[in-house]
Design a protein around this ligand. Structure first.
Ligand code: ATP
Length: 139
């Protein structure tokens, strides 16, 4: 069964969008199989965004995810084509390009505050689920 990692980032939590985002995946028919609220460690955030470590916005992104002004909601969702469809439901990374009806297209405009994250491939889904859920049998 296909699984993906979806996160509501601190701006989404702070703005009260957790229930909307969970509801969209539930109503679509996907199954919630992992859920946690946490302030990620700097090590976790750096590993999660390792591909972006050379980008100029990397330090700000890691600080934003980890400074504790609001936590992150980490989730694992399961179902047919959930990796690809999860990304479709989130909308384009840059909200200015995200279509209406998507989470980003409905709720935000700034790439640095784009509310949510979703795994972009089977490999990243596997890596991110074990990173955020720790391989301790939780999911
Ligand atoms: P995500 O992993 O969050 O679903 P993505 O895989 O579509 O996004 P990436 O290019 O991997 O996109 O960027 C990851 C995250 O880094 C983005 O969601 C955004 O929060 C942040 N980011 C990307 N580009 C910028 C930028 N130019 N300025 C600030 N933050 C950025």
């Amino acid at each position: 069964k296909e699984r993906t990692f979806i996160a509501v980032k601190p701006d989404g939590v702070q703005r009260g969008l957790v229930s909307d985002i969970i509801g969209r995946f539930e109503r679509r028919g996907y199954k919630l199989v992992g859920l946690k609220l946490l302030v990620p460690s700097v090590a976790l955030a750096k590993e999660h965004y390792a591909d972006l470590s050379s980008k100029p916005f990397f330090a700000g992104l890691v600080d934003y995810m980890t400074n504790g002004k609001a936590p992150v909601v980490g989730m694992v969702w399961e179902g047919p084509a959930v990796i690809k469809q999860g990304r479709v439901m989130l909308g384009a990374t840059d909200p200015k390009a995200a279509g209406p009806g998507t989470i980003r297209g409905d709720y935000c405009l700034s790439i640095g505050r784009n509310i949510c994250h979703g795994s972009d491939s089977a490999e990243s889904a596997e890596k991110e689920i074990s990173l955020w859920f720790g391989g301790r049998g939780e999911v």
